[in-house]
Design a protein around this ligand. Structure first.
Ligand code: GLN
Length: 495
């Protein structure tokens, strides 16, 4: 996963095409629409996931209690992002990014289409395929965006912003489409629509490949890497088969599996950072920066653990504690819980340019990365804090959740793009690609915790639950504020 490259391998040769997509290389349009459709499928399905699992069998659902549904949700969304680490490695060493994205897309589409069949086996098999496919697609398509620009091209950051818009365009439309079909007609139509979306994305990707130049076609592995991959894949397949057998025979349940995975995740993070921070190959300056990356990682994991409850806790809050009928409207009929899943993306599309402008206008007074992280954590906490007084059980106005999503989006805009760019700026060049994986690892940890929190939705008083979530995020946010000076020294000039 190289983050920077010296030559713009994404240029298809004709200079006219170098500015054909909003002033950016035409290849960006191919990647933009592919990722738009991939996120369409991801967020469309995710909008339905916990609602489908907790719906009774009479309503076509799986009839899981929230404890089990939260565990499965957390495992799934966490693995989707964790697999980005090996997914990046496979592209680097074996397939190249170009093919990794293609194979990933095919596997994702197959996963969603499997879920269009109403059985427990196809449900779980579908989830496994989406995890594998997204691991291959998500990190590598981001790397290819970087390859469209030369190392000195000033358009790189704005290229990533345009790309982030594509993500949110897909994430905005799909909960409305899949949510409408899934909640009104049949859950499996909603899942099928996600699969069709990914298929359209694939057709577009293959048709638009000619615009990508040589981007993503290189891989630098040896036959030893291929052998390692084959052994690891066989081992993984065996583990999946054993886990599936244990689960279907009732020996292992989703909650225990989730416990085991939690231990695995903590161990992975501890071993990874233990190795990174004690590695003798880094200079003391580099080690300071890696320490800063660790602080950012910790803060980002906490941020995403609150933010990513959109699809879990907050989705349940929309369904069970919000007066959705307040927003029934002849044009769209009944207002559904899943529609709330679009709100974050709508706000993001509106406010991303505003924030870009504000940072620019502030010039020298623009807050440091650490301060922005701090603001991000405080806002995401605030989003939950405002729900405390209205979470005692009576149905509340949908405006409350709307405000929550607005606050969460403001938090996201302070933290997400800043974090990504801080990772690339702070990482020693030879582990730059790995640091992209670290960023997704933070999302993975966050999603896992977010799912676990949803699993106590029925067993914990909501005001207490929300207060703990809000309090913790805001406390760490304020702590970060005081760390700002120290972080500045650790970051050695980057900020
Ligand atoms: N919404 C963004 C995406 O889907 C970021 C998600 C995240 O990193 N938690 O890519």
């Amino acid at each position: 996963m190289s983050v920077t490259s010296t030559a713009p391998s994404g240029s298809p040769g004709n200079p006219r095409w170098d500015r054909a997509f909003f002033g950016h290389p035409v290849g960006l349009s191919t990647l933009f629409f592919t990722e738009m459709w991939e996120r369409f499928s991801y967020y469309g399905m995710r909008a339905l996931l916990i609602l489908f699992m907790t719906a009774t069998a009479a309503k076509g659902g799986l009839g899981f209690p929230a404890s089990k549904a939260g565990a499965v949700y957390g495992l799934y969304t966490s693995l989707v992002y964790l697999l980005g680490l090996p997914g990046g490695w496979v592209a680097d060493r074996i397939t190249g990014q170009r093919k990794a994205v293609l194979y990933g897309g095919i596997i994702i589409a197959a996963g969603h289409l499997l879920m269009a069949f109403p059985s427990l086996e196809t449900f779980y098999a579908g989830l496994v395929l989406i995890v594998l496919g997204t691991g291959l697609l998500k990190p590598n398509i981001s790397t290819m965006v970087g390859e469209l620009y030369s190392a000195t091209d000033k358009r790189r950051d704005s290229g990533f912003s345009i790309f982030y818009m594509g993500i949110n365009l897909g994430a905005f439309v799909s909960p409305l489409v899949c949510g409408y079909l899934g909640e009104n007609i049949n859950w499996h139509y909603g899942f099928g629509a996600a699969g069709i979306g990914m298929t359209l994305g694939l057709i577009q990707y293959v048709a638009g490949a000619k615009y990508l130049g040589t981007a993503g076609t290189k891989s630098n592995g040896t036959p030893r890497d291929v052998a390692l991959f084959q052994r690891t894949a066989a081992g993984l397949a065996a583990i999946v088969a054993i886990v599936a057998a244990l689960m279907f025979s009732g020996i292992l349940d989703a909650n225990r599996l989730s416990d085991l995975f939690g231990i695995f995740l903590v161990a992975t993070v501890a071993i990874f950072f233990g190795w990174l921070l004690t590695n003798k190959h880094f200079t003391s300056e580099e080690r300071g920066r890696l320490g800063a990356i660790f602080v950012f990682f910790f803060a980002a994991a906490l941020f995403w653990s609150v933010f990513e409850q959109a699809g879990s806790t907050l989705n349940l809050f929309a369904e069970r504690n919000t007066n959705l009928h307040a927003w029934d409207f002849p044009l769209w009929g009944l207002f559904r819980a899943s529609y709330f899943q679009s709100f974050n993306s709508v706000f993001l599309i509106i406010f991303a340019p505003v924030f870009a402008l504000v940072w620019m206008k502030l010039g020298k007074r623009e807050p440091t990365s650490t301060s922005k992280f701090s603001i991000g954590l405080i806002f995401v906490g605030l989003g939950f804090a405002i729900l405390i007084p209205v979470s005692s059980g009576v149905l509340v106005s949908p405006w409350w959740l709307t405000l929550t999503y607005l606050l969460h989006t403001i938090g996201e805009l302070c933290l997400s793009p800043v974090g990504l760019s801080a990772m690339t700026k702070l990482a020693p060049v030879r582990v730059a690609g790995l640091m992209m994986g670290v960023w997704f690892m933070a999302t993975s940890v966050g999603n896992f915790i977010g799912g676990r929190i949803a699993s106590v939705y029925e067993s914990f008083p909501l005001p207490t639950l929300f207060a703990v979530v809000a309090g913790f995020a805001m406390l760490i946010g304020m702590l970060m504020f005081f760390l700002s000076g120290r972080m500045k020294r650790m970051m050695g000039g980057v900020n």
